[in-house]
Design a protein around this ligand. Sequence first.
Ligand SMILES: Nc1ncnc2c1ncn2[C@@H]1O[C@H](COP(=O)(O)OP(=O)(O)OP(=O)(O)O)[C@@H](O)[C@H]1O
Ligand SMILES: [Mg+2]
Length: 268
Amino acid sequence: MAHTIAFAFNKGGVGKTTSAVSLAVSLQRMGYKILFIDMDPQANSTMNFGFSNKGNLKHVGRMMLGEFPIQDIILQSRGIDILPASDEMFDKQREIGSKHLSHTFLNDYLDAIRDQYDFVILDCPPSLEALTVNALVAADQVICPLILESFDMKGIEKMIQTLLDIRKKVNPNLNFMGFIVCKSSAIMQTKLGKLNLEDLEATFPDKVLRPLIRTAVTVPESQNEGMTIFEWAAESKPALDYDQLAKNILQILNVTSHEQSLQTNTHA
Ligand SMILES: Nc1ncnc2c1ncn2[C@@H]1O[C@H](COP(=O)(O)OP(=O)(O)OP(=O)(O)O)[C@@H](O)[C@H]1O
Ligand SMILES: [Mg+2]
């Protein structure tokens, strides 16, 4: 059964897409079979994987409205299967949200193919509306990327409250894995950054995932070139950090090296 991990936070520009794409690619390079689902109408991860976010693309929003079978919209890039997003999903989100029991749409369709993967990775938009709710209903793990600069207990409280609500009402299997601190380099040199990290760790013990992801221009550069960080600058600090984080996540999920070698053989 695939581990289904949603990258979600109700703030923009904190590193959700960068973390979801980088960890998906890192896990794929270790031999795991990955399905990546872009739930964000901005379609940044779809573009980062080399596809357009416009036109008559068969995207996950239309799939959720029953327009296409899930198998028909899968694209491939870097050895990863991708359910793409499109800017048309800004409108589709309203339509989806207005339908009865729409919060389970993604999960219902995903169940048809979930078993074919080791990991399903979901990149969410910076809101807690229908598309994010669908991702959280389909997920068994949530990771919240954030930056210490914009540390905002109110935002975090709202996110955690949403997770608790979804766990209580719809998806009892939902587990909060933790926070990824993104773009950490400059802020960790400041008193504010250190205080915010201490505060976060005191409030959520053992929930700040390691390592923190260091800042480097190689991240926006690689995205600008339509490449992953591992293709653009494999030895850069964020690439090394995401690789180590991927290994730590495998440990947290108790994915053993035995299981890993089995998966590699299975998918070779
Ligand atoms: N480690 C890093 N070093 C330097 N820049 C980074 C790093 N991580 C992310 N960025 C940059 O920060 C910006 C926001 O990152 P990203 O798009 O991943 O955030 P997001 O949370 O997905 O945003 P949105 O909420 O708009 O979807 C991007 O320009 C990205 O290139
Ligand atoms: Mg994003």
